[in-house]
Ligand binder design. Structure first.
Ligand SMILES: Nc1ncnc2c1ncn2[C@@H]1O[C@H](COP(=O)(O)OP(=O)(O)OP(=O)(O)O)[C@@H](O)[C@H]1O
Ligand SMILES: O=P(O)(O)OC[C@H]1O[C@](O)(CO)[C@@H](O)[C@@H]1O
Length: 512
């Protein structure tokens, strides 16, 4: 079964892209392409090849984002040479012609960039500077460089995802741990399944473990570490939620890293939202501080689709589809009542992507309230004024509200102001029931003799507790395999994701 899926994947457009990328990557010298170790392993991407060819090679997972030592030495050498040259060139500038006119404004700018002396005219053999005004101006052009300053080399924040020509780590002793944290999202189980199957089938990594109940599982009991193989995870993509279980909070850095070391894990795959990624960065830094050759990668999960740097997060499309069903129901309820209002609350703490996408695709929504756009209820330009005009025009109205919208309008007690969840996120008050009761009060006050109905639908957990749809399922596979390819190539401290249509791997730094 796994092989069939592997074959299928090789035929997808994504895999074609990956293959194209492999060619590109192997022919261009990407700035942060990992330099294969001397005894690197060659392998072919073949789903049937369960045990890749191996050579005995030292596991080298040092922070692959920093240039390898020989390059650093070269850079140091170049910098020293540059400084020596500069010192040399500065010497004549330190003794300016006594009666020379002060440099013109344009020239003053150039003073910061002394020109590299030409090889044909060594500095020592130059004639002493002339003091005539004409000579000075000539001199300035001879001494000061008009070319743009040398560009500083920066390492790129992304690299193409996909398998590399050479392995950066030995699959035989590799021991992978998978963990899910934060809220649920359609496709979590597919990512887990594809990590297990990919590690087994593509690279022959046999020791793959699921860590139960989020980060706290790393320092939990032995039962929290479950050995996974392709047979165990075979039908996980058909299940909603996460078989491994997820939690918030419980992030104790030292205990987590101690737990990872004690169990001999060499690769960590953390699937979660922004909190999980911050946690993974902390673990990555602790690995570096302790000098541990353990690779860590994060697979971005957010049903809210609120990671701006990637085109789309997995599970989002599925969530939008389910949200549309709720909007359809609200619409039916609204049109079937006299002066009916259908109100749907959807997920979205700080962004209204689910609400907006479901609204635009359903075409039945009159008003979409999202956290990014503040609104008010009463008075000119307020929600009630708008709804009244819609009801008069059509006889009904449909409202979609994202959970993070209008939070500032809801009265809070002091305790509620301070309330946080276990991960430290502010607990939101429920905007759905608040709006429902405010709408009822408004209508009773303003139009006491007219019929009015509000039907409120809250599909919050329904939209994220379902299995991923076909598109998200395929996307989860691409993400999981991109993570594996990155780790097996020797990268650490990265997340895979699509950026303007291409699947790439990002350094942590630019994501958070
Ligand atoms: N700044 C941080 N540093 C270290 N760990 C963190 C940080 N923020 C959150 N975590 C840990 O990451 C895990 C998940 O965080 P959180 O509950 O915020 O979910 P999330 O990953 O943001 O997902 P969601 O988008 O569903 O909320 C928790 O174990 C939490 O303790
Ligand atoms: O009820 P839980 O599990 O804490 O999760 C709720 C939050 O999770 C999210 O779905 C993000 O994953 C938010 O939209 C929502 O506020």
């Amino acid at each position: 079964m796994q092989n069939v899926i592997g074959d299928m994947l090789l035929n997808t457009k994504e895999q074609t892209n990956i293959n194209a990328m492999i060619r590109t990557v192997s022919h261009t010298r990407s700035k942060f392409k990992v330099k294969p170790p001397a005894s690197s392993v060659r392998f072919s991407v073949d789903s049937h090849q369960s045990t890749p060819h191996r050579a005995s090679l030292p596991l080298s997972l040092a922070d692959t984002w920093t240039p390898p030592p020989p390059l650093r030495r070269q850079q140091r050498h170049r910098r020293r040479r540059h400084r020596a040259d500069q010192h040399h060139r500065d010497a004549p500038a330190a003794q300016p012609p006594r009666r020379a006119a002060p440099p013109r404004r344009a020239d003053r700018r150039l003073l910061l960039r002394p020109r590299t002396p030409s090889r044909a005219t060594p500095t020592s053999s130059r004639r002493p500077p002339s003091t005539s005004p004409r000579g000075t101006s000539l001199l300035r052009h001879a001494f000061f460089d008009l070319s743009p300053p040398p560009r500083r080399r920066r390492s790129s924040p992304t690299a193409a995802a996909g398998p590399r020509e050479c392995l950066g780590v030995d699959p035989a002793p590799a021991r992978a741990a998978l963990v899910t944290c934060g809220g649920l999202c359609p496709g979590l189980n597919t990512v887990l399944r594809e990590l297990v199957v990919g590690l087994h089938e593509l690279y022959g990594v046999r020791d793959v473990f699921g860590v139960a109940a989020g980060y706290r599982g790393f320092y939990g009991a032995d039962e929290d570490h479950v050995r996974l193989d392709p047979a165990t995870v075979d039908d996980w993509h058909k299940k909603g939620g996460t078989v491994l279980k997820t939690t918030r909070g419980g992030f104790d850095l030292n205990k987590i890293v101690d737990g990872i070391v004690a169990r001999g894990y060499t690769q960590i795959y953390a699937i979660g939202g922004d909190g999980t990624m911050r946690g993974a960065v902390a673990i990555f830094q602790e690995f570096k501080r302790r000098g541990l050759n353990i690779s860590i990668t994060g697979i971005p999960k957010t049903v809210d689709n609120d990671i701006g740097i990637i085109d789309r997060s997995f599970g989002f499309q599925t969530a939008v589809e389910i949200a549309q069903q709720a909007i359809d129901a609200a619409h039916v309820e609204a049109v079937s009542a006299v002066n009916g209002i259908g109100l749907v609350k959807l997920m979205g703490r700080s962004t209204g992507h689910i609400a907006l996408h479901a609204t635009l695709s359903s075409r039945d929504v009159d008003c979409c309230l999202i956290p990014e756009v503040p609104f008010h209820l009463e008075g000119k330009g307020g929600l009630f004024e708008f709804l009244y005009s819609r009801i008069k025009e059509k006889g009904h109205a449909v409202i979609v509200v994202a959970e993070g919208a209008g939070q500032e309008l809801i009265p809070r007690t002091d305790d509620q102001k301070r309330e946080q969840d276990e991960s430290g996120n502010i607990v939101f008050l429920d905007v759905g029931p608040f709006l429902k009761s405010e709408l009822g009060r408004w209508w009773k006050r303003e139009h006491p003799n007219e019929l009015f109905t509000v039907k409120y639908i809250d599909p919050t957990y329904m939209i994220r507790a379902v299995p991923a749809n076909a598109t998200d399922n395929l996307y989860c596979t691409l993400l999981a395999h991109s993570a594996i390819h990155g780790v097996m190539a020797g990268f650490t401290g990265f997340v895979p994701g699509p950026k303007t249509g291409l699947t790439v791997i990002f350094r942590w730094k630019i994501l958070l």
